[in-house]
Design a protein around this ligand. Structure first.
Ligand code: IMP
Ligand code: MG
Length: 177
């Protein structure tokens, strides 16, 4: 697999994001809503670089598979904290079409947070079909299918410490069981 971002680049990128957030939120309590499962690795690294009081809340979003390609999401929010009146940062692993972040943001806004910002680890350039953009992007990447640092192919490869481009030949060599 071709490595796109190595561990040290990723560490620097997460530190850059943390510095921006530390400036933006200072001593305010920040509620981070992390979209499962892809953003868990970023969450774990990011929160340890944050200086303000942090609350952590998890939400799961998965697109309907099969013949329906409406982009409709199933959102599971049983593990959500109360965010009404709170300063909220929504994080996800990657902004591709943007539908996930847009729809989860809309759901969170219904819960009336005091403020809502969004941060993504990766932005796949030129793929967005929505009008809004994330407030923070750690890395811009080309339009390739990537895995590692939380991102998966068939729920595999999330544990890679780097981000790699997954080629069809990689899948043939290591077919998912
Ligand atoms: P969206 O198209 O912006 O809604 O992205 C939805 C989801 O697709 C992301 O949260 C990822 O789980 C997944 N995804 C998009 N591109 C990639 C990729 O290159 N590798 C792994 N997952 C991806
Ligand atoms: Mg995902």
């Amino acid at each position: 697999m071709k490595i796109l971002l190595d561990e040290s680049e990723i560490r620097k990128g997460i530190h850059r994001l943390a510095a921006q957030l530390n400036g933006r939120y200072e001593h305010q309590t920040l509620t981070i809503v992390s979209i499962m499962t892809g953003s868990l690795v970023m969450l774990a690294d990011l929160i340890r670089c944050l200086e303000m009081p942090v609350r952590i809340s998890l939400i799961q979003a998965s697109s309907y598979r099969g013949t329906m390609t409406s982009g409709e999401l199933r959102i599971q929010d049983q593990m959500m904290l109360d965010i009404s009146g709170r300063d909220v940062l929504l994080i996800d692993d990657i902004f591709d079409t943007g539908k996930t972040l847009e729809q989860v943001s809309a759901r969170l806004l219904e819960l009336q947070p005091r403020s809502l910002q969004t941060a993504v680890f990766l932005n796949k350039s030129g793929q967005s079909v929505v009008a809004t953009r994330p407030d923070y992007v750690v890395f811009e990447i080309p339009n390739a299918f990537v895995v590692g640092y939380g991102l998966d192919y068939e729920d595999l490869y999330r544990n890679l410490p780097h981000v790699a481009i997954l080629e069809p030949s990689d899948i043939e060599k290591h077919p998912p069981i």
